[in-house]
Write a protein that binds this ligand. Structure first.
Ligand SMILES: NC(=O)c1ccc[n+]([C@@H]2O[C@H](COP(=O)([O-])OP(=O)(O)OC[C@H]3O[C@@H](n4cnc5c(N)ncnc54)[C@H](OP(=O)(O)O)[C@@H]3O)[C@@H](O)[C@H]2O)c1
Length: 420
């Protein structure tokens, strides 16, 4: 491989390779189903039983495939030195470590941050290669985002713009009714609209190269933890954005991946920050709210909240950063990463346990009704089927132009190969 065009053809093949094996899924399914049939044949030999066992076998086979792909060592794409990645929120935490590690791998890194004199910027300048560019970008500002794209176009040279990592994010701690609506708006502006704004601005470059979009989501985008709901709402919004965008972008050959970390020790989860934010939110709450909950409730909340974060926040930032690297430049990326065994187990419970049991765990009681049989069936599939199968189901049902889109994409790939 000695020319950019050769490398481009590798890129095109690489984007579509997924770290998931349908062959293995099929084999495991047949195996598990066979065992179930053998065990149950004499006791429950009817159609409903077969359907139930089939579903159970599918879930177990899916878990088997995930287990296998998780233990297979990860491999990066070739020609990292020819690829460029833009990351937002590089002044600290995941973004800072990601920028440093990608730079060490030879990738051209555009490290987006808000203040060129902040500690993170100085650390990047002091420790990284000349291939790392610091780009001033506030994701809530249109002008900054436009300038960032201009800067990339001007400086990228013969490198291929390969990935955009939407990592910038803010949080807030406090009960929903304590938090003022302006705070919700601020969170949405950064976490949700910031991601959409930056993605839309970089999409022309990504489409051209059939590159990747990576989003730092959160387990809070799958499961709403009390005291963190305004933040959770933004991460749920991102989850739906990524879920749909992946399906829309498939026709362009642009991959969309998301990483949903649990709790890690970064600026966002610093105890000092949690206490300061909680005090601010409580201080600004209405008198009615304050007298209803009372000071004791607030003190108890603060003690429990900081105790939980102190005990559970992991120092192993390498975990989510490794997943972000795999999503951005790995040869076989996954649609969705949940870094860490504990978080994976919690997400497994959140996905497969009946909501009644989950609610019991939180000592809250609430019901979620989905009217209509068809809707209930679809929600059942969406909850229990592997994401790969729900994608096929959606594309067959919703995106009627899917076959045409695939043909068009193949034509584009052929044309782009001819061009180079
Ligand atoms: N830490 C966790 O436990 C955890 C768990 C799940 C998900 N996450 C997600 O991971 C991502 C990174 O967070 P982190 O844990 O690494 O926290 P962090 O150290 O606080 O990093 C957040 C980064 O986002 C930047 N940022 C905030 N508002 C911005 C804006 N308007 N425009 C551009 N950049 C902005 C911050 O820049 P400034 O320094 O300028 O503020 C900082 O660089 C976030 O999306 C967060 O929601 C974190």
């Amino acid at each position: 491989m000695n020319s950019l065009s050769d490398a481009m053809s590798v890129f095109q093949k690489s984007t579509t390779v997924m770290r998931y094996s349908f062959l293995l899924l099929g084999l495991l399914f047949v195996g598990v189903f066979g065992v179930f049939k053998f065990l149950s044949a004499s006791i429950l030999p009817n159609l409903l039983t077969n359907l139930g066992l089939g579903l159970l076998a599918m879930v177990i086979a899916d878990l088997g495939v995930k287990l296998v792909v998780n233990v297979v060592p990860r491999v990066n794409l070739p020609h990292l030195e020819k690829r460029a990645v833009f990351i937002t929120g590089c002044s600290s935490g995941f973004g800072l470590q990601l920028a440093k590690r990608l730079d060490a791998l030879g990738v051209t890194v555009y490290a987006g941050l808000r203040n060129s004199q902040c500690a993170g910027a100085l650390e990047l300048q002091a420790t990284c290669s000349k291939n790392l560019h610091i780009v001033i970008i506030d994701v809530t500002k249109d002008e900054d985002v436009k300038n960032a794209v201009k800067y990339v176009n001007k400086t990228i040279g013969d490198k291929v713009f390969w990935s955009l990592v939407n990592n910038a994010g803010i949080s807030i701690f406090g009960l929903t009714e304590w938090v003022d609506v302006t705070e919700y708006r601020r969170l949405y502006e950064t976490n949700v609209l910031g991601c959409v704004r930056v993605t839309q601005a970089f999409l022309p470059l990504l489409r051209e190269n059939q590159g990747r979009i990576v989003v730092t989501g959160s387990v809070s985008g799958r499961f709403a933890y009390p005291f963190l709901i305004p933040y959770s709402m933004t991460k749920f919004a991102l989850t739906s954005y990524v879920d749909g965008l992946r399906r829309e972008m498939r026709q362009w050959g642009v991959g969309v991946y998301w990483v949903q970390p649990h709790l890690y020790r970064t600026n966002l989860s610093e105890l000092e920050v949690v206490v300061r934010q909680s005090n601010q939110v409580w201080g600004a709450a209405t008198e009615e709210v304050k007298s209803s909950y009372g000071e004791d409730f607030f003190k108890n909340y603060l003690e429990r909240g900081t105790g939980y974060i102190g005990e559970n926040a992991s120092n192993n930032i390498d975990e989510p950063v490794s997943d972000l690297i795999d999503a951005a430049v790995g040869a076989t990326p996954q649609y969705c990463y949940t870094p860490g065994m504990k978080a994976r187990f919690e997400m497994f419970l959140a996905r497969y346990l009946p909501i009644y049991l989950i609610e019991l765990m939180f000592l809250l009681f609430q019901y979620c009704y989905t009217p209509g049989m068809k809707a209930r069936f679809e929600m059942f599939l969406a909850r229990y089927l592997p994401i790969y199968l729900t994608d096929i189901y959606t594309e067959m049902n919703v995106n009627l132009k899917f076959p045409a889109a695939v043909l068009e994409r193949k034509r584009l790939q052929r044309d782009s190969k001819k061009l180079h």
